[in-house]
Write a protein that binds this ligand. Sequence first.
Ligand code: CA
Length: 328
Amino acid sequence: MSASPITPTIDLDAPGAHHGALRLPWSRDDSAWGSVMIPITVVNGAPGPTALLVGGNHGDEYEGPLALQELAYTLEANTVSGRVIILPALNTPAVRAATRTSPIDRGNLNRSFPGRPDGTVTQKIAHYVATELVPRADIVLDYHSGGKTLDFLPFAAAHVLDDTDQQARCVAAMEAFNAPFSMIMREIDAAGMLDTEVEGQGKTFVTTELGGGGTATAASVAIARKGARNLLRHAGILDGAPEIAPSTRLQMPDDGFVFAMDGGLIEPMVDLGQGVAAGATLARIWPPDRSGAAPITLAAPRDGVLAARHFPGLVQRGDCLAVIAVTR
Ligand code: CA
């Protein structure tokens, strides 16, 4: 494949802290020779490993962008052993539009890896990350939350991998991030994800789901902020040991997903973090446009704890309504 059309406005290898952009040409009606400008901060200190920290992969998830803006603003090169590459708003057009996917091409960045240098704007962003940034990194953190349509218990996650040594590195990094919950998971839709690209390159990878609903809370941002610094300490990039509080280990079994078979008004019967027994009522769906009809009842498919839920008050047929996780 040809080289990326993206040009960084800063030298990624220069010593010190530098703030700039990844400039991606984007010719359009209101800017003939215009660009997408993706914010990037690189903090390069004494020799050591490189961490790549990503927020805004999806544009309606806020804990990552908020934690990384603060880190980019405050991190000083003389405290860093190695290099920290910070991308607080990777899918910048989506972040500016507060949407999961890009308003330019409807691209879902986290389904666009490894990308294409001659593809859509979203595919070009994925290609640059996969070919220029991930290869430079030893450890990668990609922040997610539920966005406008899901809400999660706050967890950091590591994947089940074929390479057990790599999986152990990822689990150790997840534990260092130290969210209140720690999830060992298999993706239901892994093709095209940054996760899959990073793991395929043999790197240590941590992802998160830290809340949702298209906003953040003081508590969820605090988890995100502590997690990044803990991860940098774990990698030896910042001095000191990670600050560790108790974290509950979870797994997301394949039979824990509940999808809505009908649309309507959703009445939650269980909140995030509550335990449920198989068969318990998770939610009821009422018609939006008539009275006197019985609600549809949605039952828990297994024992466990409610780890994710549909967020908006209206649900559509086929929406992911709930995820039941198990503790172990
Ligand atoms: Ca996400």
